[in-house]
Ligand binder design. Sequence first.
Ligand code: ATP
Ligand code: MG
Length: 180
Amino acid sequence: MHLKSLTLKGFKSFASSTTLNFEPGITAVVGPNGSGKSNVVDALSWVMGEQGAKNLRGSQMADVIFAGAGTRPALGRAQVSLTIDNTDGTLPIDYSEVTITRTMFRTGGSEYEINGAPARLLDVQELLSDTGMGKQMHVIVGQGQLDTILNATPEQRRALIDEAAGVLKHRRRKERALSK
Ligand code: ATP
Ligand code: MG
């Protein structure tokens, strides 16, 4: 399994539709300060279901929508699509290529699609949950995050180990079942 492409449209500084294609192996994104490198990483977190505006370096979720720049007016919605190569069947879905799309309008919440079919956040989370990808999976190591791990309490460190061992998914399911 590897990431094939990421398309940003109206997401942060990417007003026009912009697609990045990834090859297997290491990809480096380079560019001057403020050119949008971190916004690309934010888009990856966001499309995989990130719910915290602060984790996306904003104060509210609508901050991910293009806010206007120069003569270009602000847009009403942000959309990010992530296409994953699933020829090895890592994702528990019967497609060799899987595209997750998240769309958000200024007026409301987010909509998700998996290969064009409407999906819930939960579906996206479950799809990614055994892959080491997705929200709270710590595949995205932000600046300063290593310090956080080193300074974590034993309980916080336990949560990281639970996550790495795949226990977290079952704990979440249990919590959901108990709260019904
Ligand atoms: P550095 O090398 O300093 O880390 P970077 O390439 O990571 O820079 P980003 O943080 O990705 O840069 O991009 C910052 C730019 O994105 C700023 O110019 C900011 O104005 C712009 N930006 C962020 N959110 C929005 C938005 N909602 N609408 C328009 N522009 C935005
Ligand atoms: Mg940056």
